[in-house]
Design a protein around this ligand. Structure first.
Ligand SMILES: Cc1cc2nc3c(=O)[nH]c(=O)nc-3n(C[C@H](O)[C@H](O)[C@H](O)COP(=O)(O)OP(=O)(O)OC[C@H]3O[C@@H](n4cnc5c(N)ncnc54)[C@H](O)[C@@H]3O)c2cc1C
Length: 417
């Protein structure tokens, strides 16, 4: 069923009785050409582009819970292409271009809103880095503008510009940055994949990976064995556990990242703002809640909930930058398990096992990568060749030390992060 304004009006007139489920719930087949482990944003996007770009439709996504129940439905929804280093620059640039055509492509309203992103800076050194990063973005063909203090004050009058410790010096402005509705992105890709014949199998946890003679043969699941010529692991915070099923030990740690939302308020923040001197960033959802977050809880965990010390730290940073926020009531907080790589950059690569592919290491920033990652991973799985924008996301960089892209990851010594 195609969605359109006409359809909404038509269904409204007849009591909304004609809507169909957005995707099927098929039984698992005995064999597929490819299976994707993980029904998060990246797994669903991979399946969608495998079907759309490479004509592979005898494929399945195996999700242990429900679609969108992982980080894709738990993040703070920021979409941007403001990376500095070669490798990341071209990848995120490609991903943002896909975002810009995504709703038309999927025929689904993912509420992508390019409301602009301000990265504040609070010292001369930070200004230098912002200028360098802005130049890298412009050289990549993306947008960036360095704003002085007066212009930022005019645009964001609610910030505390004269805080004695962290006065605002200015901001790097990325006009094409913004937000999207997180779970709608999962639902849009799920529907798009299903319409092209992909089987989406929920409550289908993978418990084993079958390997014979160095080749992948399929997977074991709680719904039975499934044979497959190709298997993609795309499980974000569970990457270490699932790769271990194939005897692999990854350079990935799983950490909790928290987010917070206030009661609904009248429009006050019409863009995204990040604090340069503390772990705090904020936007306002279309329902009116102020959505904000900070840093990791700082120890490895598989709990999808956070702890009070980091909550307190984020609130303190919020009050430092934006004292007016003290009047708002925090309604909810939650956590997600993020897959931290040592250099802060991801992996999209083949493994040493023929037919087994790996997509992981998205750290705290994989939501914006969803379309780009799915596109590139599908290319790799279908053709066995890396897709140019993701060609540097090699797994062996952590073994050889060549090609590391240190864009603020967890670091080899996590306590020094
Ligand atoms: C609080 C928070 C805020 C964030 N904010 C942002 C942001 O503003 N911008 C941004 O770009 N990024 C952000 N991120 C990061 C982003 O959400 C993640 O990097 C991204 O969603 C991870 O990819 P995914 O969507 O595929 O993961 P997930 O949605 O977690 O998908 C992985 C799936 O694999 C499934 N799975 C695991 N094990 C198995 C198994 N054995 N068998 C079958 N299925 C399995 C899981 O159930 C899960 O559904 C944030 C993350 C958090 C937690």
């Amino acid at each position: 069923m195609a969605y359109s304004g006409f359809r909404v009006i038509w269904e409204g007139l007849r009591g909304n009785r004609g809507w169909q489920p957005a995707w099927r719930s098929p039984e698992p087949k005995a064999e597929y050409d490819a299976v994707i482990i993980g029904g998060g944003g990246h797994g669903l996007a991979t399946a969608y582009y495998l079907a759309k770009n490479h004509g592979m439709t005898n494929i399945a996504v195996l999700e242990k819970g429900y679609l969108g129940g992982g980080n894709v439905g738990r993040n703070t929804t920021i979409v941007r292409a403001n990376y500095c280093l070669p490798g990341n620059s071209e990848f995120y640039s490609h991903s943002l271009k896909l975002w810009e055509g995504l709703e038309a492509d999927l025929n689904y309203n993912v509420m992508h809103s390019q409301r602009g992103l301000y990265n504040l800076f609070h010292s001369d050194g930070q200004r230098d880095y912002a200028a360098r990063r802005g130049n890298a973005m412009v050289n990549q063909g993306d947008d960036a503008q360095l704003l002085g203090r007066d212009e930022v004050r005019r645009r964001l009058p609610y910030l505390d510009f004269d805080n004695v410790r962290f006065p605002v010096y200015g901001a790097l402005y990325h006009a094409r940055g913004g937000t999207a509705r997180h779970d709608a992105v999962a639902w849009g890709f799920a529907r798009g994949a299903d319409r092209r014949g992909v089987d989406l199998l929920q409550n289908c946890e993978v418990t084993g990976i079958d390997i014979e003679g160095g080749k992948v043969r399929g997977v074991q699941t709680v719904r039975g064995a499934i044979r497959a010529k190709k298997v993609g692991i795309v499980v974000a915070g569970r990457s270490g556990q699932v790769a271990a099923l194939a005897g692999m030990r990854l350079p990935i740690e799983s950490h909790v990242l928290q987010a917070f939302v206030t009661e609904g308020l009248k429009p006050v923040i019409d863009n995204v703002v990040t604090f340069g001197m503390g772990h705090f960033y904020i936007s306002q959802s279309d329902k009116g809640g102020l959505v904000f977050g900070g840093d990791l809880d700082f120890y490895p965990s598989y709990a999808q909930r956070g702890n009070l010390p980091m909550a307190e730290h984020v609130m303190e940073a919020a009050m430092t930058l934006m004292p007016a926020i003290g009047k708002a009531k925090v309604l909810r907080s939650w956590g997600g398990i993020v897959d931290m790589s040592p250099d802060g950059s991801p992996v999209i690569d083949k493994t040493h096992i023929e037919g087994l592919y790996l997509n992981c290491g998205w750290c705290y920033g994989g939501f914006k990568a969803v379309p780009g990652s799915g596109y590139s991973f599908a290319h790799l799985m279908a053709t066995d060749r890396p897709h140019a924008p993701a060609a540097r996301y090699r797994l062996d960089r952590f073994r050889t030390g060549r090609g590391l892209m240190d864009e603020e990851g967890k670091g080899a010594q996590h306590n020094l992060h």
